[in-house]
Design a protein around this ligand. Structure first.
Ligand code: CP
Length: 319
């Protein structure tokens, strides 16, 4: 796999899920081509799970992860073409990416959207600049619009909990939040669930529909109670409006996922990518109950990352 920035980079999603489940069962077994390879994990934004799970995954593969919290510790990077750099940016992304391309076999990049300019965020300039100028495989550690490492762990978790013949009913349920959050996790979840055999419904207040490509073929309901009926899995998540770009349009507490919501479902497993604000996004009784999968999803980030980095390291040309 050359890069891992969305489900569309994956030659065979089922094989990747199978590989992640294999790594979960087999833990640490370095492959000859991954041993001693160096992977840069470059964070423009904060992280707990992605940062730690990627480091553990790479150590399990026998590779060497090196973390740079560039947003806090690196030079401020310019990413505009043809500018005279007489402001506060000390280094151009062309040089920074070129240097990292020489140092590492694979790069992981986390870069969040500004949520102010829809077109700028859709371009995903920072991730694309690293792909263009580093000339090595690049793994998204969450981009402006997608979070594929999270989604692989999510579909892997669903696969572990679904052995029935019929398709599972999966509901992606919007929840309130105090801050405008990116749409990366729900966009990505929709992409990956479409790639497995499942019946997916999005439920959200009006104005929280996702970007057009993700809405294609998606069942949508603005009535949360109706949508939750018969659900086998409920993925609860907040995101800001795409339509009124980056805005918080609704704080209605009736969308907080509670025990009452769970009782409408088919004893659904409840999912969240974390971090989660207790009582605001999901009620304590649900998070502390037997049907919550959020900790298993977080644990699955390790074998999921192992499967992805293993595939990308295999295509890396560095000796
Ligand atoms: N779910 C997730 O990506 O968590 P972090 O932001 O802590 O990495």
């Amino acid at each position: 796999m050359k890069h891992f920035t969305s489900v569309h980079d994956v030659p065979d999603v089922e094989t990747l899920i199978h590989d992640a489940l294999h790594w979960k069962a087999n833990g640490r077994s370095p492959k000859p081509w991954t041993k001693h390879k160096k992977v840069g994990l470059i964070f423009f934004n904060p992280s707990l799970r992605t940062r730690l799970s990627a480091q553990i995954a790479l150590q399990n593969l026998g590779a060497e992860p090196i973390v740079l919290n560039i947003g806090r510790e690196g030079w401020a990077l310019e990413n505009k073409e043809g500018v005279i750099m007489d402001g506060d940016k000390a280094e151009h992304i062309k040089e920074a990416a070129g240097v990292m391309g020489a140092y590492f076999d694979v790069l992981g990049i986390r870069s969040f959207p500004g949520l102010e300019d829809k077109e700028e965020d859709a371009r995903d300039d920072i991730l694309q600049a690293f792909i263009k100028y580093a000339h090595i495989p690049v793994v998204s550690l969450e981009s402006t619009t997608l979070h594929p490492l999270q989604s692989l762990a999510d579909v892997m978790t669903i696969r572990e909990h679904w052995q029935q013949e019929r398709k599972p009913k999966i509901v992606l349920s919007w929840a309130p939040h105090v801050k405008p959050l990116p749409q990366a996790v729900p966009n990505s979840f929709v992409e990956w669930v479409k790639a497995i055999d499942a019946d997916l419904t999005l439920t959200c207040p009006t104005g929280y529909e996702l970007a057009p490509p993700h809405m294609d073929g998606l069942q949508v309901s603005h009535n949360q109670q109706e949508a939750l009926e018969g659900a086998d899995f409920v993925y609860v998540k907040n995101w800001s409006s795409f339509q009124n770009y980056g805005e918080v349009l609704c704080k209605d507490p009736t969308w907080t996922f509670s025990q009452k919501h769970w009782e409408i479902t088919n004893k659904a497993k409840v999912m969240h990518c974390l971090p989660v604000r207790r009582g605001l996004v999901i009620a304590d009784e649900v998070l502390d109950g037997n049907h919550a999968l959020h900790l298993q999803q977080a644990a699955n980030r390790i074998p999921a990352a192992q499967a992805v980095f293993s595939a990308c390291l295999k295509t890396s040309n560095h000796e």
